[in-house]
Write a protein that binds this ligand. Structure first.
Ligand code: HAM
Length: 383
C-alpha cells in the first residue's frame, strides 16, 4: 500500500485516539491553503484502513497488505528515535480468530530472527475489548487515584484519561505503583481470555518463543485483545524494534463495516541498528566487476564492456578519473567488487585484458574481443 505523506488531521485524531501521545503532542499538523488541517503521517494503520475503505477493498474478502515508508513524529530526537523515521508494516483484515494474530506475529518474528538478531524477545499481552476493558480501567483508576500526587507529571495527566498507559511508564517515581497494579488477566472477559489462550497455543504450535508481559499496553488507542512488541537490548532505552496487535474496532470507527484486523509495524532505523550490532563482524560479500581504465583509449574500450555487463545484469563499476592502478584497486575494494578488469596501453597492444580476482588476488588474461563477447565470458566468471 502507498498512501499520501499527509492526510486530514481528523483521520489520526479519530484513528489513533485523542488521548495518545501521538495525537496529544507528536503530530506535525499544519493548515493548507484551503484552511484544512492536515497532518504528516505519524503511523500507517489509520491511513491504510482509510484507503481500503475508499477503494472498497474490504468487500473483496480478507486482505493481507504491506507498506514501507516514512512516518513523522515530533519527539525528542535521541538514539533510535527520530522525527522522520521509516516503517515496514503489514495489516491483515477479515479474520477474527487468533490464528491470524499468530500469522502476523510469526512474520515479524521470522523477519527479525532470520537477520540473526539473537537477543530479540517477543512480548505479548491481551488488553481486552469493549466488554472487559472498562472494568479493568476502573480497577486501575481505583489503584492509582489515591497515590496521584506521588506519580510523575505524565502519569498524573494520564490517570483519568488513559490509565492503561501508566503501565508502560519508564519513570522511577511510578515504578512502585505500576508494580503493584492489578493485572489485566483477572479482568479479561471469556471471549478475550479464550482468544489469548488460542494465540498462545498457536504460537507454541508454530514454535515461536514468547513471554507474556502485562506491561505491554501499546501507545495507540485502536488496539483490542492481542498486543505485542519485539525488543532487543541493542536498542537501549528505545528497545522496541517492532510493535503491533489486533484492532477489531478501527475499521468501523472510521466509517467502514465491522471488519476485524491485526498488524504490526517495524521501525527500519531501529532494525538497522540491531542488525549492525548483531552482524558487525559480517563483511558484505564481493560481487561484480570494477573496470580499471589506465588512459583515454582504455577508457573507451572498457566503457563499451561495462555497458554490456550492465545489460547482462552483472554489477559493474567504473571510475572516470586518471589514477594510478593502486588507487583504482582501492576503489574496487570500497565497492566490494569481486573482479577488476584492468586495461592499459600494454593490454591494448597485446589485445588481452587482465582479470584480477580480488578475493584470491590472482590474475588471468582475457582476449579483448567484441564488447559483447568479453561481457559474456565475464558473466561466466561471475556466476
Ligand atoms: P508504533 O509502536 O508506534 O506502532 O511504531 C512501530 C515501530 O516503529 C516502533 O516499534 C519503532 O521501531 C518504530 N518507531 C516509531 N516511532 C519512531 C521514531 N520516532 N523513531 C524511530 N522509530 C520509530 C505503530 O505505528 C502501529 N501503526 C503499528 C501497527 C500496525 N499496529 C497494527 N498495525
Amino acid at each position: 500500500m502507498r498512501t499520501p505523506v499527509f492526510e486530514a488531521t481528523e483521520l489520526f485524531v479519530r484513528g489513533v485516539g485523542e488521548t495518545t501521545d501521538i495525537v496529544e503532542k507528536e503530530m506535525y499538523t499544519f493548515a493548507d491553503k484551503g484552511e484544512r488541517s492536515m497532518t504528516l503521517r505519524p503511523e500507517w494503520t489509520a491511513p491504510v484502513v482509510r484507503a481500503m475503505l475508499e477503494h472498497q477493498m474490504l468487500a473483496q474478502g480478507p486482505q493481507r497488505l504491506y507498506y514501507v515508508g516514512p512516518i513523522f513524529r515530533y519527539e525528542r530526537p535521541q538514539k533510535g528515535r527520530y522525527r522522520q523515521s521509516h516503517q515496514f508494516g503489514v495489516e491483515c483484515t477479515g479474520y477474527v480468530d487468533a490464528e491470524a494474530d499468530a500469522e502476523v506475529i510469526s512474520l515479524a518474528w521470522e523477519l527479525v530472527r532470520s537477520c540473526g538478531i539473537g537477543d530479540a524477545v517477543l512480548k505479548i499481552n491481551s488488553i481486552g475489548d469493549a466488554v472487559c476493558r472498562p472494568r479493568y480501567r476502573q480497577a486501575l483508576l481505583e489503584h492509582f487515584a489515591p497515590n496521584v500526587a506521588a506519580l510523575s507529571e505524565d502519569a498524573q495527566r494520564r490517570v483519568e484519561r488513559n490509565p492503561l498507559r501508566l503501565l508502560d511508564s519508564k519513570e522511577e517515581r511510578d515504578a512502585p505503583f505500576v508494580a503493584s497494579a492489578p493485572a489485566f488477566d483477572a479482568y479479561l472477559c471469556d471471549g478475550c481470555r479464550e482468544h489469548f489462550a488460542t494465540l498462545r497455543a498457536a504460537l507454541s504450535l508454530i514454535d515461536i518463543p514468547y513471554v507474556v508481559d502485562p506491561r505491554v499496553v501499546r501507545g495507540l488507542d485502536y488496539y483490542t485483545r492481542t498486543v505485542f512488541e519485539i525488543e532487543s537490548r541493542a536498542l537501549g532505552a528505545q528497545s522496541a524494534v517492532c510493535g503491533g496487535g489486533r484492532y477489531d474496532g478501527l475499521v468501523a470507527s472510521l466509517g467502514g463495516p465491522d471488519v476485524p484486523a491485526v498488524g504490526f509495524a517495524l521501525g527500519i532505523e531501529r532494525f538497522l541498528m540491531v542488525l549492525a550490532a548483531a552482524q558487525s563482524a559480517v563483511q558484505v560479500p564481493r560481487e561484480g566487476i570494477q573496470a580499471v581504465a589506465l588512459g583515454t583509449q582504455a577508457r573507451a574500450t572498457l566503457l563499451a564492456i561495462v555497458a554490456e555487463l550492465r545489460r547482462s545484469m552483472v554489477p559493474a563499476f567504473m571510475d572516470y578519473e586518471e589514477r594510478k592502478l593502486l588507487a583504482h584497486l582501492k576503489i574496487a575494494d570500497r565497492n566490494r567488487a569481486r573482479f577488476a578488469l584492468i586495461v592499459g596501453s600494454e593490454e591494448l597492444a597485446s589485445g588481452e585484458a587482465i582479470l584480477r580476482d580480488l578475493e584470491s588476488r590472482t590474475d588471468t588474461r582475457l582476449p579483448l574481443a567484441q564488447p559483447r563477447v568479453v561481457a559474456a565470458s565475464l558473466v561466466e566468471a561471475c556466476s
